[in-house]
Design a protein around this ligand. Structure first.
Ligand code: ADP
Length: 517
């Protein structure tokens, strides 16, 4: 007979959590709480009255008008609502207040729990120069560059000459790719310093900048970690995030096509060392740049739940949002490093309210009709529903489409199928662009780096299309047509019956093809 003995039950779990966010991530966290039997409190701005996260939460409170400074960034108001509603903890999601050390301190001093790292770690890792110093001292290999802030043009030039051009000027308080400038030669330094400092000042109220070696065509590979309050730190492997536009991630996947078990172990160990050096607690990410020889260098930490966390969940089976809540409530990590197993391959496409036919211009309007893909291996994390208004007030990321496959090829095939099923009308989205990425030969072969999108667009190798099958079929028909015409031409060189219309146009019309690019 089997033993009926069970481990002692923990009784410290939160009863009620406030989610200080909106959109897909608020929905994601509410789902985790529900599965754990935790009551949820949503907050919303005036423009978000119809938002999905309000419908799923147990309680919802209006916190102000649409501009985020008066609603989702209003720290006092959010804490007031937490206290009024009886929430014991606040989950910040990502963006807004998630990496704001002052907010974390305020939450801590009000006797509430912050579902994220302690303010000391947020402060340390939010300062990129301090983070670099800490990592270097701990023996983590960092991107070559400075561990000091730049005070003058002369100093910048002498550092740049030492590490070698090209260099990258970056903001100490950086984020979102802001305050970055590439400098290829000495004469560009003055202008670049001025531009980076003023951008950093307006984006982060902090004009401080520093210098890193600019790595040519690196990959961005990051490691997910989990750290509890008792010094236990594990890693959940890597995410490949090299498909970027303007230094912002667009497609992510796990595993990375270039990471094998040996490299995963080495990167994972560095990430765990980095987390321990920073006194990190909670779910977090250590980002690395990988050069063409597969050398990897610590780039920065993200002290929050990442947008792309679901790809790791799909290959490890670990619910990172739930782990984060358990850790914040004081529970010990249950999973051990040796028990973490990776199965199959997962891809995420970030769906932005942007028009890929119009240089990714933000798209606003009301979602008229909405149909999500489903079927085997498909996950949609979205805050969308019919009648919802997409405005310019908030981040254009409106949904995340994920697929899982036994291998990378199956995950890509499923993604193509899921993208073709996804219907969002009323606004333009990046769905057609993702179809182009999934059909791209280089992407399929995993030969990618952070300049993949610009290079492939320049070469005309990213075909933006509504439906991948239509496009593939049209391409096949068109090449068959060219072949046929070529044969005809060589057989009857004096033919006078040549059509005036281009075969592109004829075939395009016949296939109902939107356009090629
Ligand atoms: P942010 O915090 O502003 O997002 P990151 O340091 O995370 O900035 O870098 C974002 C992206 O910018 C990276 O994924 C990479 O594409 C590019 N990048 C950053 N630093 C370097 C570097 N030293 N060399 C080459 N590319 C870089």
């Amino acid at each position: 007979m089997e033993s009926t003995k069970t481990a002692p039950v923990k009784t410290v779990m939160f009863q009620k959590v406030l989610i200080a966010n909106r959109g897909e991530i608020a929905v994601r966290i509410i789902r985790a709480c529900k599965e754990m039997g935790i009551k949820t409190v949503a907050v919303f701005s005036e423009i978000d009255r119809k938002a999905l996260h309000l419908r799923f939460a147990d309680e919802a409170y209006l916190i102000g008008p649409a501009p985020s400074a008066q609603s989702y960034l209003d720290m006092k108001k959010i804490i007031e609502v937490a206290k009024k509603s009886g929430a014991e903890a606040i989950h910040p999601g990502y963006g807004f207040l998630a990496e704001n050390a002052a907010f974390v301190k305020m939450v801590e001093s009000e006797g509430l729990a912050f579902i994220g790292p302690p303010s000391s770690a947020v402060e340390l890792l939010g300062d990129k120069v301090e983070a670099r110093k800490t990592m270097k001292n701990a023996g983590v290999s960092i991107v070559p560059g400075t561990e000091v802030e730049i005070a003058s043009e002369d100093q910048a030039i002498s550092i740049a000459e030492k590490i070698g051009f090209p260099i990258l000027i970056k903001a100490v308080g950086g984020g979102g790719g802001k305050g970055m400038r590439i400098v290829k030669e000495k004469s560009q330094m003055k202008e670049a310093l001025r531009g980076a400092q003023s951008e950093a000042k307006s984006a982060f109220a902090d004009p401080r900048i520093y210098i890193e070696k600019y790595l040519e065509k690196p990959r961005h590979v990051e490691i997910q970690i989990l750290a509890d309050k008792y010094g236990n730190v594990i890693h959940l492997g890597e995410r490949e995030c090299s498909i970027q536009r303007r230094h912002q991630k667009v497609v992510e996947e796990s595993p990375s096509p270039i990471v094998d078990a040996k490299m995963r172990k080495a990167m994972g160990e560095q990430a765990v060392t980095a987390a321990k050096a920073a006194g990190y607690v909670s779910a977090g990410t250590m980002e690395f740049l990988v050069d063409q020889d597969r050398n990897f260098y610590f780039l920065e930490s993200n002290t929050r739940l990442q947008v792309e966390h679901p790809v790791t969940e799909m290959v490890t089976g670990i619910d990172i949002a739930k782990e984060q809540i358990k850790i914040a409530s004081g529970m010990k990590l249950e999973c051990k490093q040796e028990n973490i197993k990776w199965k199959g391959s997962a891809i995420e496409c970030r769906i932005y309210a942007e028009d890929p036919d119009n240089n990714f211009f933000p798209s606003v309007g009301v979602v008229h009709s909405y149909l999500e893909p489903s079927g085997p291996g498909v996950r949609v994390d979205s805050g969308l529903s019919e009648g919802l208004e997409i405005s310019l007030y908030y981040d254009p990321l409106i949904a995340k489409l994920l697929t899982w496959g036994n291998d990378r090829n199956e995950a890509i095939q499923r993604m193509k199928r899921a993208l073709s099923e996804y219907r969002i009308s009323g606004i333009a989205t990046t769905i057609p662009f993702h179809i182009g990425v999934m059909n791209n030969k280089r992407f399929k072969e995993g030969r990618i780096h952070t300049h993949f999108i610009e290079e492939e667009m320049e070469k005309g190798q990213l075909i933006v299309g509504r439906d991948s099958d239509d496009i593939l079929e049209a391409v096949a028909v068109f090449s068959a047509l060219l072949d046929f015409q070529e044969k005809k031409r060589t057989k009857t060189p004096s033919s006078k019956t040549k059509s005036k219309e281009s075969p592109w146009k004829i075939e395009g019309r016949r296939m109902g093809l939107r356009r090629f690019r």
